[in-house]
Write a protein that binds this ligand. Structure first.
Ligand code: ADP
Ligand code: 5GP
Length: 216
């Protein structure tokens, strides 16, 4: 395992759970610490919301284009979510990880399952809203989805939340500051796994071995 590679994080939740908000806050912290972090921009067939920009929030494509890309194996994972197709570009993620950048995927539970099947060292985090009423309030306050779209998202939320045990960590996004700190802690802990520290640990072990030889 190359320890200079970036770390891959999946952050999943029902729509409105707070994935985008939390990822952006933690990425700012990482960048302030001099680490490179990247939010993977997915492809989708969903029409853009008024506040969204092509290439920033999503790559907005039509269904035939998406299906062509899927057939060509260009997606690390893809799924139909709330009646639209969404997919993660394999090339984009691989290039960033290779350059030592940490990469955050904001994807649904079906996509998370596909990534887990093909990437062994991915860290999977599930974000829970604190309650049904608060999720509804946040989706309405976000003012980006129609009433029908909100109803569909809330209807699908329970089905998605029941999958939480498949994840490594669960964060209940009640107080935003606490939830941000929790996600930042997960990112920090991920870098303490033995294979990530192999070269530094190896150097310390060699130092001890040299010292032991001198004492012989
Ligand atoms: P997702 O990316 O999971 O769909 P968002 O990050 O867009 O969710 O969050 C949905 C809405 O809830 C946004 O308007 C966001 O500002 C708000 N929000 C997120 N977390 C909190 C929180 N802990 N307290 C209050 N509002 C929140
Ligand atoms: P929204 O339309 O609200 O931006 O996203 C709807 C849902 O699609 C969210 O659960 C989000 O995580 C998921 N999603 C966004 N991009 C992807 C992706 O590339 N793959 C998968 N599987 N789900 C995605």
């Amino acid at each position: 395992m190359d320890t200079t590679r970036g770390e891959l994080f999946i952050v999943a939740s029902p729509s409105g759970g707070g994935k985008t908000t939390l990822i952006r806050r933690v990425m700012q912290e990482l960048e302030a610490q001099g680490r490179q972090a990247h939010f993977s921009v997915s492809h989708t067939t969903r029409p853009p919301r008024s506040v969204e920009c092509d290439g920033v929030d999503y790559h907005f494509v039509d269904r035939p284009t998406f299906q062509r890309m899927a057939a060509a194996g260009e997606f690390l994972e893809f799924a139909e979510v709330h009646d639209n197709l969404y997919g993660t570009s394999r090339a984009e993620v691989e290039a960033k990880l290779e350059r030592g950048c940490d990469v955050f995927l904001d994807i649904d539970v079906q996509g998370a399952r596909q990534v887990r099947a093909s990437v062994s060292d991915v860290v999977k985090v599930f974000i829970f809203p604190p309650s049904h009423a608060e999720l509804h309030r946040r989706l309405v306050a976000r003012r980006q989805d129609s009433e029908d779209a909100i109803a569909l998202r809330i209807k699908n939320a329970v089905r998605e939340m029941r999958e939480y045990a498949e994840f490594d960590y669960v964060i209940i996004n009640d107080c935003l500051e606490d939830a941000t700190r929790a996600l930042a802690s997960v990112v920090a802990v991920a870098r303490m796994r033995p294979f990530r520290l192999r070269s530094r640990v190896q150097a310390i072990l060699e130092d001890f071995e040299r010292a032991a030889k001198k004492e012989e």
